[in-house]
Design a protein. Sequence first.
Length: 265
Amino acid sequence: MGLFFNIEGSLEKYIEKFFHDKYKGRVHPLEIAKKLAREMRNRKRVSINHTYVPNKYLVYLHPEDSQAVAPIAPLLIRELKDYLEKKAAEKKHILIASPEIIFQTDENLKIGQLHVEGSFEEVKTNKGEKVEDKWSLTKKEEGVEEDEKNTLCYKPIKNVIPAQNNFPEPKGQLTLNTGTAGSKVFCLKASPLIIGRHESCDIILNDHSVSRRQAKIEYREGEYILTDLASTNGTFVNGKRITTHPLRDGDTIKAGTSLLFFKLE
């Protein structure tokens, strides 16, 4: 287990002691791990059947924090890389390649602050090419090209794809209560559906108190998610106004004066 899954390991104890004894008040490895996990979650891309997460992460630190991290950089990057792979597998997210973590300095940050930027980058290697683990500690200066001999890149590369997304096929439906005329049933799909008054919407509500594009319902990670599209009068689930809300069997959706009943088959 790695640093962030088993804090009792010898390497973990060394890193903890190193930071607490010599660099009190500065960036801690656990804080870096949390920021990486948050960036992975915020940058995820959802397709019909899978959720993809970034494989490249730039970690910006104040120059003094960068110097503090440098002595244990190779070990720390391996631990952070292992942590991201386990996090992705835990959430059933897919990395297109093994995570690449690069530390850079940013003089605009204060001591103890850090900033993480995640991105999707296809990694290509020639057959039989030997890839060495390297450490990158570069200065972030806009418009200034880095001196190659002062910049090393730590790029652990291997083909890693976590467990595939095995969520069941969507089987949901919305029933619109139309009063004396009866009711209308809409079978939900895997692709997003737009609810609103405009004729271009997938689920059209003939209700003047409903916005032209009222809300969106989509199937993500095994559940239906309802999102209000900045509608004028708001979208409600079981009487509570929502922005984004995971639907449960039996939920009642109110848009304007229209009522939609959510059901899982």
